[in-house]
Design a protein around this ligand. Structure first.
Ligand SMILES: [Zn+2]
Length: 59
């Protein structure tokens, strides 16, 4: 299974756990590992950290 990332629009293969979630909730949007890591680092560096959820609600 290959899914597109909403941020960089690159396709990536989800982990088996992600693939299961995508099959259950196909309307959900997923980030590739690179973007997920980048956002996580940004949140850590921020003086007011925002909570990052692994999945975003549909826009
Ligand atoms: Zn991405």
């Amino acid at each position: 299974m290959i899914i597109p990332c909403i941020l960089c629009e690159q396709t990536f293969a989800p982990t088996p756990i992600q693939a299961k979630k995508i099959r259950k909730h196909p309307h959900r949007i997923f980030l590739c590992p690179t973007c997920h890591e980048r956002i996580g680092k940004k949140a850590e560096a921020s003086p007011h950290p925002i909570q990052i959820k692994p999945t975003l609600p549909h826009l």
